[in-house]
Design a protein around this ligand. Structure first.
Ligand code: B4P
Length: 190
């Protein structure tokens, strides 16, 4: 199985690159952001709770997203592998993911981290906010809150994988196709 963690701050291009990667490598795309937004649009209890937090730019509790990922792994038993996009976002989530995969005799193949500086992130998210309808993209203060959540809670996840010799960082600035080629060069070593 090929299991990739695609990592980076909000707006780094994780969702954008995942779309291209699943097509090329025939993997299942698991985006916790997308799963949460689908809970919100379906008006579930989980979605209502998550919306309050997401609209403020803060993370949803670990147990909620870990449960969602566990369900998705069970529902895709025949997958060739997974792209984890926006997950894990805390060290506790990374530890839980390792346990889930170990229990299925699998493991993370590697983490690819997209490196983009905050000024560019804010620019991209505000641009997307103009027509995405996402409340968390529309307001510069909320975007800054998301970047600060990333710096305090999510950035340490990179060290978790670095310690396992599984981290590769890639420049996330440039054309979407250039970045995709750099990611594929790493994918092909797995
Ligand atoms: P996500 O949905 O994961 O939101 P994101 O980080 O903003 O997405 P992404 O990084 O994929 O955006 P992309 O680059 O594709 O999370 C939203 C919220 O959900 C979080 O704040 C949190 O509250 C909650 N949540 C999700 N997962 C969680 C978890 N595991 N634990 C707890 N809470 C969780 O796109 C950005 C824009 O840049 C796009 O418009 C794109 O077109 C553009 N772009 C992409 N590549 C570009 C390039 N090379 N050049 C120029 N523009 C580019």
């Amino acid at each position: 199985m090929l299991n990739l963690v695609l990592f980076g701050p909000p707006g780094a291009g994780k969702g954008t690159q995942s779309e291209k990667l699943i097509e090329k490598y025939q993997l299942v795309h698991l985006s916790t952001g997308d799963i949460l937004r689908s809970e919100i649009s379906n008006g579930t209890a989980l979605g209502l709770e998550a919306k309050k937090l997401m609209d403020q730019g803060v993370l949803v509790p670990d147990e909620v997203v870990i449960g969602m990922i566990s369900n998705k792994l069970d529902a895709n038993k025949d997958a060739r592998g997974f792209i984890f996009d926006g997950f894990p976002r805390t060290v506790a989530q990374a530890e839980a993911l390792d346990s889930l995969l170990t229990s299925k005799s699998s493991a993370i193949s590697g983490m690819i981290a997209l490196v983009v500086e905050p000024v560019e992130l804010e620019k991209r998210l505000l641009l997307r906010g103009k027509d995405s309808g996402r409340p968390d993209d529309a307001n510069p203060e909320i975007i800054r809150k998301r970047i600060s959540e990333y710096n305090s809670k999510t950035a340490p996840v990179a060290n978790y994988y670095k310690d396992q010799n599984k981290l590769t960082s890639i420049n996330g600035i440039g054309s979407i196709d250039e970045i995709f080629s750099s990611i594929c060069a790493v994918m092909d070593t797995y």
